[in-house]
Design a protein around this ligand. Structure first.
Ligand code: DOR
Ligand code: ZN
Length: 434
């Protein structure tokens, strides 16, 4: 394994330092370690952050390899600065048993581009009728601690209670996709003035908020840990803020697209903007940014949801929901949170690495940048600007809502336990490294 001397990097945006990485570990930090390294990296002007951790990634394998594979998804993750992702359970077959979660975990290990932590489904087949094999998934090699029916809501309160109780017994967490199913039947976009004008079925904010309200009460009652996926409304923020004020173990995430885009985009009719939960209003976007800055929202999670062209280049009504996001996440966070003055790079490290790692109970990820720590790192160039071009993506899918948009920042390098997965903005073939 080669050693790396990263020169003049600004750790969390601070003063330039030199960082020596050897044997997978940060060996020295300071103005100018005098030792020689195999490879020197000039990081002048670059920010050094802990490797990013995504709590919400759809890798699609097994079953939808035309959209993504574990290999292409983890390559996209590495290009986005991620060193660990949680792979959502809505694969085919569903990751509701030990066999499937072990398969995904093993594919992640084989890829070598980032750690893959499979999420286990809460209910068999995501059908919301009976609990999945939670204990077997937890006890498997994948060691599942995050359980979610994401894509679907666990709307049966008795099942949700049982899942929370099980999660509590293993120091795990239930990640809820909060969507009251009856209130969102036939819904195509956010319910509001735009949906009324376009004549599209509306998706009311209350459908999200009602489930979150119920679930924080359940979590508080049980003393269990609840994580709320992709918060999208100002009302959801208020409920999470209140739950935290009660001392309950409730965490929440927001996606980059909900930090930047509004339901006005739907006027284009382009299904690239169709997503679940839907893009909301300017008021919601501003509340989400504020809540991320003040820590009410714990994490940015991508909800990277790749879909093949055929499922997106079609009529709005029949298009699949979801957007790819791994390769643009950090740039969108820079644009919406850092360049707006709402958050500094320490905050970015906290919301995109430290806190998501803690929520997933990962060890060795989301660690501080300090001597003796595993070298999971991302070097980011905040001065770079470029127009998003899906053709350059590593993900197998092209459904980015940011295409054609100029965004700040670029991942220069990503290190996974001291091994570069990305150097000078390009993927490093993991087969070529020794
Ligand atoms: O837009 C979405 N796409 N939201 C989800 O919850 C699921 C995801 C998917 O799997 O495509
Ligand atoms: Zn979801």
């Amino acid at each position: 394994m080669s050693s790396y001397l990263i020169r003049n990097a600004q750790i969390l945006g601070g003063a330039p330092q030199d960082i020596l990485v050897d044997g997978g570990v940060i060996q020295q930090i300071g103005p100018g370690p005098t030792v020689e390294a195999d490879i020197d990296i000039d990081a002048t002007g670059l920010i050094l952050l802990p490797g990013l951790v995504d709590l919400h990634t759809h890798l699609r394998e097994p079953g939808k390899e035309d959209a993504e594979t574990v290999l292409t998804g983890t390559q996209a993750a590495a290009k986005g600065g991620f060193t660990a992702v949680h792979a959502m359970a809505n694969t085919t077959p569903v990751a509701d048993n030990a066999t499937v979660v072990e398969q995904v975990w093993q594919l992640g290990r084989d890829s070598g581009y980032c750690d893959v932590h499979p999420v286990g489904a809460v209910t068999v087949g995501l059908e919301g009728k009976e609990l999945a094999e939670l204990a077997a998934m937890h006890g498997s090699a994948a060691g599942v601690r995050v359980f979610s029916d994401d894509g679907k809501c666990v709307d049966d309160a008795v099942l949700m209670r049982a899942a929370l109780e099980f999660a509590k017994s293993v120091d795990g967490v239930v990640a809820q996709h909060a969507q009251e199913p009856r209130l969102t039947e036939g819904a195509q976009m956010n319910e509001g003035t735009v949906s009324a004008e376009l004549g599209l079925g509306g998706w009311p904010a209350v459908a999200e908020e009602a489930i979150i309200a119920r679930d924080v009460l359940l979590a508080g009652h049980l003393g269990a840990r609840l994580h709320v996926c992709h918060l999208s409304t100002v009302g959801s923020v208020r409920i999470v803020r209140w739950a935290k004020s009660q001392g309950w173990d409730v965490t929440a995430e927001v996606t980059p697209h909900h930090l930047l885009l509004t339901d006005e985009m739907v006027r284009s009719g382009d299904p690239v903007f169709k997503v679940n939960p839907p893009l909301r209003t300017e008021t919601d976007v501003l509340a989400l940014r504020e809540a991320l800055a003040d820590g009410t929202i714990d994490a940015v999670a991508t909800d990277h949801a790749p879909h093949p062209d055929a499922d997106k280049d079609c009529a709005w009504a029949v298009a699949a929901m979801g957007m790819v996001g791994l390769e643009t996440a950090l740039s969108v966070v820079q644009q919406t949170m850092v360049d707006t003055g709402l958050m500094n790079w320490e905050g970015v490290a906290d919301r995109m690495s430290h806190r998501p790692a803690r929520i997933g109970r990962l060890t060795g990820q989301g660690r501080p940048i300090a001597v003796g720590e595993p070298a999971n790192l991302v070097l980011f160039d905040p001065a770079h600007r470029s127009v998003v071009d899906a053709a350059t993506f590593a993900t197998r899918s092209r459904n980015t809502p940011f295409r054609g948009l100029e965004l700040p920042g670029r991942v220069h390098a990503t290190f996974l336990r001291g091994m570069p997965t990305v150097l000078a903005g390009e993927l490093v073939d993991q087969g070529d490294l020794s």
